[in-house]
Write a protein of this length. Structure first.
Length: 61
C-alpha cells in the first residue's frame, strides 16, 4: 500500500486561523487512519503476516 502526500500548507496568520487549520488537519489525520484501518481489515491473516502485522496491530493505526 502506498501513500502520496498531496496536501499543501498555507501560511497561517492568526491564532484563530491556526486553530481552524489544526482542527481540519486533525480531521484529515483521523480520516487517513480510518481508511488505513479499513484497508488492513480487508487483508487476510496471511497477507497481514507478510507485511509484519497482526489483527491486533490494526487498532494502532
Amino acid at each position: 500500500m502506498a501513500a502520496i502526500e498531496t496536501s499543501t500548507h498555507a501560511p497561517v496568520g492568526t491564532l484563530s486561523t491556526s486553530r481552524f487549520a489544526s482542527f481540519f488537519q486533525a480531521v484529515r489525520d483521523w480520516n487517513d487512519a480510518r481508511v488505513t484501518r479499513n484497508a488492513l481489515n480487508k487483508l487476510s491473516d496471511r497477507e497481514l503476516n507478510d507485511i509484519g502485522l497482526t489483527r491486533a496491530d490494526i487498532a494502532k493505526f
